[in-house]
Ligand binder design. Sequence first.
Ligand code: ZN
Length: 488
Amino acid sequence: MEHKLQIYNTLTRKKELFEPVNPPHVGMYVCGPTVYGDAHLGHARPAITFDILFRYLKHLGYKVRYVRNITDVGHLENDADEGEDKIQKKARLEQLEPMEVVKHFTDRYHQNMDQLNVLHPSIEPTASGHIIEQIELVKEIQKNGFAYESEGSLYFDVEKYNKKYNYGKLSGRRIEELMQNTRELAGQEEKRNPFDFALWKKADPKHIMHWPSPWSEGYPGWHLECSAMGRKYLGETFDIHGGGMDLLFPHHESEIAQANAATGHDPVKYWMHNNMITVNGQKMGKSLNNFITLNEFFNGTHPSLDQPYSPMTIRFFILQAHYRSTVDFSNDALKAAHKGMTRLFDAVHLAGKLKPSAQSSVDVRSFGQKCYAAMDDDLNTPVAIAHLFELAKIINQVNDGKERLTEEDIKWLQSFLNTFVYDILGLKDEKSEDNSELIGYLMETILKIRQEAKARKDYATADRIRDELSKLNIVIKDTKEGATWSFK
Ligand code: ZN
């Protein structure tokens, strides 16, 4: 493999050459959504960031197992160990069974991800489907002495753990600071220290979702599911764990602690975190009225939006920033992104129509190399896109006769753009997708001409039409009523 992919590892705080534990296999785990509401921009960014990584690793020839979980139990309000389960709360308000809430919002999440052209993960496990694995993991942690029981709940003993390992190695937080900052929190009497976190919570009588365990009828702590499911599907040590920066502490820090407490070693080689999204310069929040769901973007229904923005505009805009930088959403920025994307796709289409010259006046292949070099540099999509715009300029110049390309270079260019724009960046030309009506009309006309050829026993023409369409993955079926067509 000639590529040398460098990725920034949050754990070591530097860019490192990516070397999987067991090549060519790559195990990759990304924290998925807690499914109690519609997906918003904050969901789009990690999904797209790690979709790019998934696509690029596959492009480099790795066999990637990508696990992205669905949190359907155990995630309490305010990401703390107190308060109501987020899904249970929604179920109570809507008078639904919690699993109805889970199904409804999981379906809507999948629909949004498809719209954003985010590839499906290899495995999408749910927390509620892995209660046994979570209980087994807690038993190991308890056996090794890093957990204590209190009123039927089980807590992770952070102070004891920190004596042997380093709690805070990922986030850079120190336990002494945590002790000062969290001393005042009320309602945590069950814990020895306020920064201890729940491994198992005893369910109070009102709690709907609960399971039997050696400690009590209850439910698992939020951080547990990712530790248990990552280990089950990717092994005790796997390559990449990703998620938003908001999950770094306490969620990912606690995952590392749980794994060390159970197995004695770190679970993950490379930790990757995408930065946050702001809207008009402000952090997103329900109270700020800038908490815009993806469906509101696609339909333009939120009051702060001037117009609808297509899924690909959102995707392109997110890719125009490096995943470790913040992104600020505004109407102007989205309109500019849409314009830029249109310009890029116009050039991609134009590349298919260029007339060849005997010699090339410009080295297009060097731009391709620059695009790949940008991806190798910690997935630097904004730089890659900047090089694509330079290519777009050249394509226009060749079309205007100001630059020249040989037939070979044109072919290379077309195949490069196909791979890079569609497969690696995962962009789709939404304009050409809207052509279904036109395609339907054209197909009807073509089939009519073919029927007429058959009627006058011109089978050569009829067969030729069928064969040519077959090259476009269109299948024609002859029936008694006439011919029908479909995509292969
Ligand atoms: Zn997680």
